[in-house]
Design a protein around this ligand. Structure first.
Ligand code: NIG
Ligand code: FE
Length: 413
């Protein structure tokens, strides 16, 4: 039994079993002051005012959280952290005026990382990703979605997904694997897009399904990458094989990806920097979560996704890092939250809900994680601040004091 005693704030996020938050409800995060939480095994057993804390057995391990703030462990629902090498030289090229798409068209971008991943073993990919996962954990992230997508051949995608499965077994983090074989057309298929699509549908998707190495399938639906109708074909084939769906939608150009994600009942439509009015309507009428990645807009120097409009129209908004070597090389998810506040005008309470319950919904896990409620999994982060707003106000530094995963302290600052 682990007891988190007398926190200044316990931010429960949900208290009514709600499994996603939309509109005005997004800021309704159920804060308890001077509160304690009892964890039993891997579950949350009790929470309430410290004054009502029941007598504790002598074997209880007690963490004195006086003056501190407890949140559900953050959920990073969109990362590409299985990669090798750095793209710092492209960063400089972009600062000198080249665009992301120009660099990609010259063989840089995603395909530059693909070459490096193809030359790495599964063990090397694991060794490279492990410190990234550790940094995420140290920033309070207890569940991480991880995409493949820098292999782009059957063997290299299986190798990447195997690395994710091994890292998940290692823990203490919990990983959610996504197959993103449709991240780019690899160089050997440069003049044969149809051939790569056939390989994806006829060989790669069935092999990944058979090996049970991915829960989700994602597609980069973008000008110069996969067209809308190609994305529809791929996702429909994936759904038939039992994958849940995600889509990189309307990131750099407005192609109608948000509408497609809503039509296919995808768990999430991600990025949305260029979402149209019709896309917003489609998401609002669907169960699809809009996952916003402001770190990417920051790093590419682009306009941010219209978070306020999405929230006001009733879309369920989540936030994630997009951690990847090309468009957002950071594991600092609370800093991404600060960007959501200052650049997209999200309120700190909305950011907290977007990084917890709605991010869990984007991974189909809101029944189990994303809020502090009795019977949910005991994933908590304790921050050394007396008020949750200070996480984003005092930005760019790490306020984490303890991270608890499945009822166990897995990181102490
Ligand atoms: O989410 N949009 C596609 N994928 C990544 C970029 C990957 C890369 O540049 O390596 C993204 O922005
Ligand atoms: Fe991405």
């Amino acid at each position: 039994m682990l007891v988190v005693r007398n926190a200044a704030q316990v931010v429960c996020v949900a208290a009514d079993g709600s499994r996603r938050k939309c509109g005005a409800d997004l800021r309704n995060i159920h804060i308890r002051e001077q509160a304690s939480v009892i964890l039993r095994g891997e579950r949350i057993d009790w929470l309430g005012p410290t004054s009502a804390l029941p007598p504790l057995p002598p074997y209880a391990q007690v963490l004195d959280a006086t003056g501190k703030t407890v949140l559900p462990g953050f959920v990073d629902s969109h990362t590409h952290l299985i990669f090798a090498g750095s793209r710092a030289e492209e960063f400089e090229q972009r600062l000198r005026g080249a665009t992301y798409q120009e660099i990609a068209a010259q063989g840089g971008g995603i395909n530059a990382t693909v070459q490096r991943v193809r030359h790495s073993s599964a063990a090397e990919l694991q060794a490279l990703a492990r410190p990234r996962l550790q940094r995420l954990l140290e920033f309070g992230v207890t569940t991480v979605e991880v995409k493949s997508g820098y292999g782009l051949s059957l063997a290299d995608e299986l190798k990447s997904l195997t690395a994710i499965a091994e890292l998940n077994r290692e823990g203490p983090w919990e990983l959610v694997p996504t197959f993103l074989g449709a991240h780019a057309v690899p160089p050997e298929y440069g003049h044969d897009r149809a051939g790569y699509l056939r390989l994806l549908v006829e060989e790669m998707l069935p092999a990944v399904a058979e090996a049970k190495l991915a829960e989700f399938c994602d597609v980069f639906c973008e000008t110069g990458v996969f067209r809308l109708e190609e994305s529809r074909t791929l996702l429909a084939a994936a759904a038939k094989l039992g994958f849940k769906l995600k889509l990189h939608a309307d990131e750099l150009t407005p192609l109608g990806g948000a509408e497609l994600a809503a039509q296919l009942n995808a768990a999430s439509a991600d990025h949305l920097l260029c979402i149209t009015e019709r896309g917003i309507d489609a998401l609002a009428a669907s169960g699809t979560v809009a996952t916003l990645l402001p770190g990417t807009a920051f790093f590419l120097g682009m306009n941010y996704a219209p978070a306020r409009k999405l929230i006001e129209r009733g879309v369920a908004v989540a936030l994630a890092s997009d951690c990847n070597p090309g468009t957002c090389p950071t594991e600092n998810l609370p800093l991404v939250g600060a960007m959501a506040c200052t650049q997209m005008k999200m309120l700190p309470a909305e950011v907290v809900a977007a990084l917890t319950i709605n991010a869990a919904a984007a991974l189909g896990r809101a029944e189990r994680i994303g809020s502090i409620e009795p019977d949910k999994q005991a994933d908590l982060t304790i921050f050394d601040v007396p008020d949750y707003r200070q996480l984003f106000y005092h930005f760019g530094v790490n306020h984490v004091w303890r991270v608890i995963k499945r009822g166990r302290v897995v990181h102490a600052a």
